[in-house]
Design a protein. Structure first.
Length: 188
């Protein structure tokens, strides 16, 4: 699914939930591995009861669908969907940011109450090995995702990877740096 398709689906779910109330069951089934965690959060925030992963076998899908029978949707859905769209989508920044911009962006993300406390992202400070200046290390950094930002502070390259989970950090760093992350002596 493309971003505009996610937004269209989110708007449809939001309208259904607001018009039809808490007794309606709204279940989204992925057809392939296209939903990011942020997309799933958006759909749930708009009123979906659940999102079934693309790789769930039919028997599991049926069990999940049965599990919502008799339940009432209890989460608050804001009246204005633009609130959800702006608060649950990744920040619109990518790459190097000045210190103040970086701090403001991370602060806004951390203060976002519509996002789960443990799912906002990961911040990591990388100190280059002796012989490599932090500015050189910065030139090797190639973030691909919107919301992955970096800055320089205290002779470290500081990265904030929005919506990245701690257990996915090594994979994310390997995607961001074309060279082995061994150019850094310490991760804080």
């Amino acid at each position: 699914m493309q971003n505009n398709q996610i937004e269209t689906l989110a708007r449809q779910i939001h309208t259904l939930r607001r018009q039809r109330g808490s007794a309606l069951k709204i279940i989204v089934r992925e057809n392939n591995t296209s939903l990011r965690a942020t997309d799933e959060r958006l759909l749930l925030g708009c009123g979906a009861n659940m999102v079934i992963p693309w790789n769930a076998p039919l028997s599991r899908c049926l069990t999940l669908i049965e599990s919502v029978q008799g339940q009432q949707f209890s989460r608050h859905v804001p009246e204005d969907i633009s609130t959800l769209l702006s608060m649950t989508q990744p920040m619109k920044l990518r790459g190097y940011q000045k210190w103040d911009t970086f701090c403001d962006a991370v602060g806004n993300m951390m203060n976002n109450t519509l996002l789960p406390a443990d799912g906002k992202g990961v911040m990591v400070a990388l100190r280059p090995v002796p012989g490599i200046r932090v500015e050189q290390a910065l030139t090797l950094c190639r973030p691909n995702r919107t919301g992955d930002i970096m800055t320089i502070g205290d002779n470290r390259l500081v990265l904030f990877l929005s919506f990245c989970r701690v257990n996915d950090l090594d994979t994310a760093l390997n995607h961001i740096f074309p060279l082995p992350t061994g150019i850094f002596s310490r991760t804080v």
